[in-house]
Design a protein around this ligand. Structure first.
Ligand code: HEM
Length: 148
């Protein structure tokens, strides 16, 4: 297809993918990142039990979903179409402080696996932003005033 026949959305998607590839981010790396990160999550004292209660034996499905999620976030592929907010809101045993643990494990995984320092920063920026909005959706209670 000639570039003048492409929609603005297609052109944007291609540009995002070219920029990601320049940092070494492709589907193979996303697969390594997700597999390595959730291996660490599964053996973590605090986060491991939260995931195993929610996921049980469906790890393959979760990993597949998370690869699609990160492919959509990092490469704008549109593969993921789930709803992360309700999935997290039902996790009543999660504490606000667990987000710092999650982000720290993600950062360490990037430090150990990322193809370039730019790729590590690129993923971390997005993880920080999404974590902030998930945390807000889970813990902010608009209209509830502790002192009233
Ligand atoms: C304390 C931090 C977190 C905990 C304990 C946590 C835990 C979980 C669990 C247990 C699930 C599986 C839910 C289910 O299948 O029923 C899940 C799904 C998911 N998580 Fe998290 N999560 C955390 C933070 C994050 C962050 C920071 C991101 C993104 C950067 C994220 C992205 C997702 C996505 C995309 C799904 C799949 C949602 C769906 O489509 O059903 N999570 N998480």
């Amino acid at each position: 297809m000639k570039s003048q026949d492409k929609t603005p959305a297609q052109l944007h998607r291609e540009q995002v993918q070219r920029e990601a590839l320049r940092m070494g981010i492709d589907e193979d790396y996303i697969s390594v990142l997700v597999d390595t990160f959730y291996d660490r999550i599964r053996s973590h004292d605090v986060l491991g039990p939260i995931f195993s209660d929610a996921i049980g034996s469906n790890w393959e499905l979760h990993l597949e979903k998370m690869k699609k999620f990160w492919s959509s976030v990092a490469r704008n592929t549109g593969q993921y179409s789930g709803k992360p907010v309700p999935s997290h809101q039902k996790l009543t045993q999660v504490q606000q402080s667990d987000f710092a643990i999650w982000l720290d494990l993600f950062k360490q995984t990037l430090a150990n696996t990322a193809p370039t320092p730019q790729a590590a920063d690129y993923f971390m920026e997005r993880a920080d932003r999404i974590a902030r909005s998930l945390k807000m959706a889970m813990f902010d209670r608009p209209g509830v005033f502790a002192d009233c």
